[in-house]
Design a protein around this ligand. Structure first.
Ligand code: SF4
Length: 334
């Protein structure tokens, strides 16, 4: 059977249908602890962890019997400190955190030398900046970012503009800010007045999947070639591609009525499990990642040992699309 390449709008339509059939499990994406937490402590936790959660592919470890990597391990091990040592999660303490303490949090046995966390000084600097500004402008309370914005996401005094003043949240496409607002709104901690103003967060997994799907096309041949050859791109080029993808994803939300949280969860999980950078599963007859795949833990979805998007994805039909990948751009943002 010869399969025809689809237009971006036909792909968007099919994608919206697929995502409607794979709702996320909230507890996987926004896990919590068994203790009753007050809203401020929970908001502080997600504010700090989201702020330092970027480029985590080297991070790994074990929690209980489970081998975790990347952001799963970052969140899981930080939650352990929230459960066991709430004094750690105080703005005054975070302000004076040293490299050993940060590494210890992300280590299986609490021994700093056993941690696989990298870019430690850089992440510490972001935490210090967050705590400094929080003290100076918000009386050391994350809830005040939301309160002072009167619950609004958009606008000059909205939550997104306020978050942009923190170094960790200063990226042009506001990936971490949108993700933080999306999560806190979903948890009911920041019940925002204008949820329609939350924009799709575009991280590197989401970017790779959107490009390979054919949801957007990069018309600039030079940039297209850079993506295929995995050559470094400038900050402007990176932001242009992310904005392009963000608009295409927003179209899925507004035109196809896809829930933004569900959309982000599904694309991200497919990106980190099926649409791997070097070995997308659609290049094989059948996926062999059962046992290490986390997609079925995170989404209510019955896996058929192939990528959920394979029936209409451009990358499944065309090597040129499949060779596209995320931008080669190093930053503290994604
Ligand atoms: S079908 Fe292939 S290229 Fe497309 S999203 Fe799935 S793994 Fe990636």
């Amino acid at each position: 059977m010869v399969r025809r390449m689809r237009t971006p709008s036909a792909i968007a339509e099919r994608l919206a249908q697929t995502i409607g059939k794979m709702p996320p499990r909230l507890e996987y994406f926004i896990p919590t602890v068994t203790l009753e937490l007050d809203a401020e402590l929970e908001a502080l936790f997600w504010f700090v962890i989201t702020g330092i959660c970027y480029q985590t592919h080297r991070l790994k470890g074990k929690i209980g019997n489970r081998e975790l990597h990347g952001s799963d391990y970052m969140i899981g091990s930080a939650l352990r400190t929230l459960q066991e040592a709430q004094n750690f999660w105080q703005p005054e303490h975070l302000l004076t955190l040293n490299p050993d303490e940060l590494r210890s949090m992300f280590s299986d046995d609490g021994i700093s030398a056993h941690s696989t966390l990298d870019r430690v000084e850089e992440r510490l600097e972001l935490i210090r900046d967050m705590m400094h500004l929080l003290k100076e402008k918000y009386n050391s309370r994350v809830m005040n970012i939301y309160n002072f914005a009167e619950g609004k996401v958009a606008g000059k005094s909205g939550v997104l503009s306020r978050l942009a003043e923190f170094k960790a949240y200063s990226d042009p496409t506001q990936k971490k800010s949108n993700l933080l607002v999306l999560y806190l709104n979903k948890r009911g901690i920041w019940r925002v007045a204008d949820p329609e103003s939350i924009q799709p967060p575009v991280d590197y997994h989401v970017m790779r999947v959107a490009l390979r799907l054919g949801l957007v096309s990069i018309d600039d041949p030079c940039l297209n070639e850079k993506l295929r050859a995995r050559r470094p791109v400038s900050a402007e080029e990176d932001a242009t591609i992310r904005q392009h993808i963000q608009s295409a994803l927003m179209n899925l939300v507004t035109k196809h009525r896809v829930d933004l949280f569900n959309l982000d969860s599904a694309l991200w999980m497919v990106g980190r499990n099926c649409c791997l950078k070097d070995t997308p599963v659609c290049q094989y007859e059948q996926c062999t990642r059962a046992g290490v795949c986390t997609l079925v833990d995170a989404l209510n979805y019955t896996c058929k040992l192939r990528c959920p998007f394979a029936d209409y994805c451009s990358g499944a039909m065309d090597d040129e699309f499949r060779s596209l990948t995320e931008t080669n751009f190093s930053s503290i943002y994604y």
